[in-house]
Design a protein around this ligand. Structure first.
Ligand code: PMP
Length: 326
């Protein structure tokens, strides 16, 4: 669909996947006025196709739109766009064979106006593309090794960190590359002001299971993405007999907590990777050993299967988190 300042949203339709036309002066190519969402379509055993908490993605996209001075797309139109695409692409939603395969959905909105100049675009395009997806990490439940990004912050307070915009990911790449060069899978980003507190990974939120029965995650500071998996896990924590806690977590607490035994398990979460055990932590001149064992700890695995069971229709959706797409 296309939005114009004068006419609002128009021309919503499903078309074949292929190249798009943009002028070289399209604003998005120069000023990164762009936002997106990441979702999945899951096939249930009876063949029906569902998605998880789309109203939360719609709301987040509206918040991202406000931050990037893009037009808002209503929740109804957002969900309708997913339904329209999945209806046509039904055959691409993998079978419910227990393999955790799904159809990844990527709604995105960008400044398509041909205009060189820093002001909100008057012409904006919204699209959704889809792609069959297997597991995010190839190692299954093998814990990922993380690198503390000390030279590069991903986002700062007042910036765009809590919006899901392309620029945040561009900003995370150098830290991620540094991690990979040091033998790690992903980077952990710290707060930009003090470089002392844990924020998140480039594409996932973090959780810590503590000895005293708490499930702790960094509180939303304005520079962390409000993950929908994160908020779902905070709700599921009570079912696990754990106390959900959102607070600031110094990176030193991670290093000390695994050494003292106060931290029993660490995991990362997001739509793409669901719940992934975190192993060793590395930084320039040091490492903190892994906790939780070779396949993730008990809580990590339990929360992971609780979520997957709801998403794939194997457990009752008592919170009304699923919406039928086809
Ligand atoms: N943080 C960042 C930076 C992300 O890109 C994502 C993935 N959208 C997440 C956290 C997890 O968010 P969600 O659970 O909504 O996928």
């Amino acid at each position: 669909a296309t939005w114009t300042k004068d006419g609002g949203w128009a021309d919503g339709r499903v078309s074949a996947y292929g190249p798009i036309q943009l002028m070289p002066s399209a604003a998005v190519l120069h000023y990164a006025q762009e936002i997106f969402e990441g979702m999945k379509a899951y096939r249930h055993a009876d063949g029906s196709v569902w998605t998880f908490r789309p109203e939360a993605n719609a709301a987040r996209m509206q918040r991202s739109a406000r931050r990037l001075a893009l037009p808002e797309l209503g929740e109804e139109d957002f969900v309708a766009s997913l339904k329209a695409l999945v209806e046509v692409d039904q055959a691409w939603v993998p079978e419910a064979d227990g393999s955790e395969a799904s159809l990844y959905l990527r709604p995105f909105m960008y400044a398509s106006e041909a205009f060189l100049g820093v002001r909100p675009a008057n012409v904006v395009t919204y699209s959704v593309i889809a792609s069959p997806a297997g597991p995010y990490f190839s190692g299954g439940l093998k814990p990922v090794t993380l690198w503390i990004s000390q030279h590069y912050a991903r986002a700062g307070v007042g910036g765009t960190g809590s919006a899901k915009c392309g620029g945040n990911y561009a900003s995370s790449l150098a830290g991620q590359l540094e991690g990979i060069e040091n033998g790690c899978d992903q980077a952990v980003f710290l707060d930009s002001a003090s470089q002392e507190y844990i924020e998140e990974l480039g594409g996932m939120n973090l959780f810590f299971v503590t000895k005293d029965g708490q499930l702790v995650t960094p509180e939303l500071t304005g520079s962390i993405l409000e993950g929908i998996t994160r908020s779902s896990i905070l709700e599921l924590a009570k079912d696990e007999g754990l106390e959900p806690v959102e607070r600031r977590i110094p990176i030193q607490e991670w290093k000390d907590g695994v050494a003292s035994g106060d931290i029993l398990e660490i995991f990362a979460c997001g739509t793409a990777a669901v719940v992934t055990p975190v192993g060793e932590l590395r930084w320039e001149g040091g490492t903190a050993p892994a906790v939780g064992g070779a396949e993730g700890g008990e809580v990590t695995r339990s929360i992971r299967s609780r979520l997957l069971d709801i998403q794939y229709g194997r457990a009752e959706d008592s919170r009304g988190w699923l919406t039928r797409l086809a």
